[in-house]
Structure formats: structure tokens, C-alpha cells
Design a protein around this ligand. Structure first.
Ligand code: AMP
Length: 540
């Protein structure tokens, strides 16, 4: 027998409708590239999203199921696209602005974007490939200054597009399982792959992301969304923030530590989300400028492992709680969030830090398991290492336009390619990417653990560890490290002594190479493929 409740589809329009009905006066603030500050309310966001939706259909001829590309920083117009595009029944394809142009060309053609909404200060990245983007009928320019010029064809200005459109249209009535958004993986090992989010998966993700055990946001919060909107829909934070009625601050391209600190202070930000490098930079700048307090109470950090000393420094010096989280494009992205539970309060600071450095516990509506090399499901003992598999309400079921099941288990779980353990309390620890594993003399060495521990050294800014071939041990770890200050060197011997408290002798890197910078991927992660290539070419 069926339950007798309404069939009420979980769609993106219900998110903005709720924001409009309940928190119309809440502010959405953008720090614009030219230094000006744009402020408006959720009611304005709602109305302009409606006008955009209307213009998409009636002026640009966008139809249900079409892909609409965005090539933009974090700002209010990009938010309007987050609501206006799915509201028209189309799919908001957020294009990573940092990809190599060949990859950008590939994903736009693969998605068959009908039009692209692009920031005026980014047009130079698409101009050289525009002739190869056959499906793109028009380019809509956002934030164009006076006397703006571009060689992009069929240009329309954003404000011109939405100016005369009515704001009283009804959202397109879509099914909750229809697609609302798409992001491509960053493609460090081959071509990027499209991940197609549904209205339902995005709504459920937004609801759960707001919970106290996850990102924990409410109408009392002022959230700075640092993670780019083109990176896994800014971790879903905009949707979660509108549902929760939080005030949202968007930094556009002002992602350097100084403007971010300025925003945090001026806008009285208490919550934020960004990758570890951003927070490392913020911390260094706070020290440099001798800033002792911030309104920030906690921030979310993920996308790469977080060095424990970063967590400790923010906690001790600023009273800011660092919430470590794990996820990926294929998982929308929330796959684990690390919060201390009440029973942990009695633990020592050191024990608490050890827990906070883990990647965390799974959110509701998802499941995690570890599968060993032998194909067995590992016990949750915090020791048995294997590949992390996940399934749940917002986890990928298949990649866009491919029928390959390579990344899925026979019983339908997504194989993440990350390797780690789960402890009896359900806390996940990532020890590596499968492709970055180091096997030395038959024993696994965790490159991630080495990296975060080396980065805990006060004189080290960044560290990436790769496997290098070795005749005796088959592989040995090599650490590429960046000094915090060139005038304060540290020797390989000192680093080895520093590490020996936490690692067995065979796990210590044989070589430390001091470099000016570690190559990064398009989403700011250590590019170990590039590092291995540099090593192979004798350039490290
Ligand atoms: P992306 O799809 O670009 O967001 O990349 C996802 C990958 O980033 C994951 O598969 C992990 O390898 C890595 N990652 C994300 N969060 C963390 C974390 N907290 N600790 C370690 N690695 C992480």
C-alpha cells in the first residue's frame, strides 16, 4: 500500500521559493573585481532569477534539457544562474575556468552548451577557442565595464538580456529526477568526465549539508563562499545557505588572503568554506599583519588533506574551529564531515586534534565502505586499508555520455579511487589516491600522512610526496617541499628527525627536494602526475 502523502517534487525552484517566502530580506553580498561591493537581498535574487529564466526561454531559445554554460567567479549573477537555469528546465553547466584550453574546448563540446554566461574579465580565456565551440549560439557577458570589447561572437550583455523580462513567470515544471546541473571532474588522469546532478540529489544534498553535524548553517549565520562556484557547485553551499536563510558573501576573483580577511572582518563572517591552501594563506597573512581576532567561528576545509597544525593554529590562536570534510565532484561533494562529538569533549587537546585531522563521518543518506585489495569489505577498525566506496542519495550513478562501469562495483557502489580506513566510530581517514600509492618493500606508505606531517613543520609551507622507482624496495617516497621563507632553510636531516616521531624508519622519505612551488591542478591540488613527470625528466 502506498502512503497517502503529496507527491511534491524536490526541485531547485523549491529552494529559492523557500528563501523568498521566508528570508526575503536576507542579504547576498558580492565583492566585485573592481573593488565595489554589490548588495541585494534574497528577494532580489529570486526576482532576477525569474527574469533570467524567462529570458533564457524567450530570448535565447533555451529548451528543457539544454545545457547552459557558466564561466565565472563567485557572484550574484552566477547565483542567479544557479536558480534561473534549472528554473527554466535547463541544466547549469559550471565550467572550470582554470582548465587547459584543450580541456575547456572538450567539455563545452561534450556538454553541447547552447550558450555561455561569461565574466567580462575571463573572455580572453574563451576567445582563442570560440571558433571551435560549434554548439554555442551566444555569449552573455557579465559585469562588463564601459568600453568593453571582445572577439567572442554573438555577444549579449547580461543586464540587457534580463532588463525587460517579466518576473512573474512560473518555474518550468520539471521532474525531480531531471538534471539541474553539471560539473566535470578535473581530469588529471585523462579527459574530464561529466557528472550530471539531478534536482532531487541537489535538494537532498542542500538539506543535509545544512544540518548541525554537517556544515551546520542557519539563518543566524553569515557565510563566505570561497570555494568556486565552478567547483562542485561551490560544495552546494549556495543552495544550503538559501534554504537555511544565511547571509551569503561572494568574493568574485578576490581570492587572495588580504581581501578575504577584509571581507571576514567587514561583513562579520562567522562561517566559510575553502580549500587548505586558501586557509594556509589566510593564516600566514593574519600572522604577518599581526591580526589577533576574527569574527569567524568555524570554517569548512576540504578538497585535499588538512595539515593538523593548521587546525591547531586556528583553534589555539583565534578560537576558530576547523571542520575537515571529504568529497569529490562525483559525490556532490559531501562524503564525510569531521566534527567532534560530545563524548570527545573529555579528551586531551592532542587526542581531539587527532580526530579533527580525520576526514570525518558520513552524512545521512549516504553509506561508506572500505574494500581491500582482496575484494573483501574491511572491518571498521581504523587500520585495514582499502579503496573507499560510497553510495547514497547524491552519489553518481554513471558518467555523462559513457556507459563504462569501470568506476562502479558489481553491486552498484561508486569506487572513489581514494584509499583509506574507517574507525569504529565511523570516521574516515584518507591515506592516498589509489594512483598515488607508494609500495616499498611490500609495505604501503601513506603519502597523505607524510605530507600533512611535513607541512606541520613551522618552516615548511607545502609538501607533496610521490613514489620514485627503487631497485631494492621497488618504490621509495620522495618529498617535494616548499619553504615558508627562503631565508629560513631547513635540512633534509632535520625534516627526517622531525618525522621520525610519527613514522617508522622505512616510511621516511629518502629524498627531500626543495622547490619554489609545487605544481597544482586546475582546482588547486598538488599535481603529483606533473611531479612524477618532472622527476622522470630529471627536472626535480
Ligand atoms: P574533486 O573531484 O576535484 O573535488 O577531487 C576529489 C578528490 O580530492 C578526492 O577523491 C580526494 O582524493 C581529494 N580530497 C577531497 N577532500 C579531501 C580531504 N579532506 N582529504 C584528502 N583528500 C581529499
Amino acid at each position: 500500500m502506498f502512503g497517502q502523502m503529496m507527491d511534491y517534487p524536490l526541485t531547485i525552484s523549491t529552494i529559492i521559493d523557500h528563501g523568498y517566502a521566508t528570508f526575503p530580506k536576507k542579504e547576498v553580498i558580492t565583492y566585485m573585481p573592481d573593488g565595489s561591493i554589490h548588495r541585494y537581498t534574497i528577494a532580489d535574487l529570486y526576482r532576477r532569477s525569474k527574469r533570467l529564466s524567462h529570458a533564457l526561454v524567450h530570448k535565447l531559445g533555451v529548451r528543457r534539457g539544454d545545457f547552459v554554460g557558466t564561466f565565472a567567479w563567485n557572484h550574484y549573477m552566477h547565483l542567479e544562474l544557479y536558480f534561473g537555469v534549472p528554473g527554466a528546465g535547463a541544466i547549469c553547466h559550471t565550467i572550470n575556468i582554470r582548465l587547459a584550453s584543450s580541456q575547456t574546448e572538450f567539455i563545452i563540446n561534450n556538454a553541447e552548451d547552447a550558450c555561455i554566461f561569461i565574466d567580462a574579465n575571463l573572455v580572453q580565456l574563451l576567445e582563442p577557442i570560440a571558433t571551435k565551440l560549434a554548439t554555442v549560439r551566444s555569449y552573455i557577458i557579465m559585469g562588463a565595464p564601459e568600453n568593453f570589447a571582445t572577439t567572442l561572437p554573438n555577444v549579449i550583455y547580461y543586464e540587457d538580456l534580463i532588463r525587460d523580462s517579466p518576473e512573474d513567470l512560473a518555474w518550468e515544471s520539471v521532474g525531480e529526477n531531471e538534471a539541474c546541473g553539471m560539473c566535470y571532474t578535473s581530469g588529471t588522469t585523462g579527459l574530464p568526465k561529466g557528472v550530471l546532478y539531478s534536482h532531487r540529489s541537489t535538494c537532498l544534498h542542500a538539506i543535509i549539508a545544512g544540518l548541525p553535524n554537517c556544515c551546520g548553517i542557519s539563518s543566524a549565520d553569515r557565510v563566505l563562499v570561497i570555494v568556486p562556484q565552478f567547483h562542485v557547485m561551490a560544495w552546494g553551499l549556495p543552495y544550503a545557505a538559501i534554504l537555511a536563510g544565511s547571509t551569503m558573501v561572494m568574493p568574485s576573483c578576490l581570492l587572495q588572503a588580504e581581501p578575504l580577511i577584509n571581507m571576514i572582518i567587514r561583513e562579520n563572517i562567522n562561517k566559510a568554506g575553502g580549500v587548505p591552501t586558501i586557509w594556509q594563506n589566510v593564516y600566514s597573512m593574519l600572522r604577518k599583519n599581526n591580526i589577533k581576532t576574527l569574527p569567524l567561528k568555524e570554517f569548512l576545509v576540504g578538497g585535499a588533506a588538512v595539515p593538523p597544525n593548521l587546525i591547531e593554529n586556528f583553534e589555539k590562536e583565534f578560537g576558530i574551529t576547523v571542520i575537515h570534510a571529504w568529497g569529490m565532484t562525483e559525490t556532490s561533494p559531501l562524503g564525510a564531515v569531521c566534527r567532534l562529538q560530545p563524548e570527545h569533549e573529555k579528551l586531551s587537546a592532542e587526542e581531539k586534534l587527532r580526530i579533527q585531522s580525520l576526514q570525518g563521518q558520513k552524512p545521512p543518506l549516504t553509506e561508506l565502505r572500505i574494500v581491500t585489495e582482496k575484494g573483501e569489505i574491511a572491518p571498521r577498525d581504523g587500520k585495514t586499508v582499502g579503496e573507499i566506496e560510497i553510495r547514497g542519495a547524491w552519489i553518481i550513478n554513471s558518467y555523462f555520455k559513457t556507459s563504462s562501469r569501470e568506476n562502479f562495483s558489481a553491486d552498484g557502489w561508486f569506487k572513489t579511487g581514494d584509499v583509506g580506513t574507517i574507525n569504529p566510530e565511523g570516521y574516515l581517514q584518507i591515506t592516498d589516491r589509489a594512483k598515488d600509492l607508494i609500495k616499498s618493500g611490500g609495505e604501503w606508505i601513506s603519502s597523505v600522512s607524510l605530507e600533512v606531517t611535513i607541512m606541520a613543520h613551522p618552516l615548511i609551507r607545502e609538501a607533496a610526496v610521490i613514489a620514485i622507482p627503487d631497485e631494492v624496495w621497488s618504490e621509495r617516497p620522495l618529498a617535494a617541499v616548499v619553504l615558508r621563507d627562503q631565508n629560513e632553510p631547513v635540512s633534509a636531516h632535520e625534516l627526517r628527525v622531525f618525522l621520525s616521531g610519527s613514522f617508522a624508519k622505512y616510511q621516511l622519505p629518502d629524498k627531500f627536494v626543495f622547490v619554489g612551488e609545487i605544481p597544482k591542478t586546475s582546482v588547486g591540488k598538488f599535481d603529483k602526475k606533473k611531479l612524477r613527470q618532472l622527476f622522470a625528466e630529471g627536472k626535480l
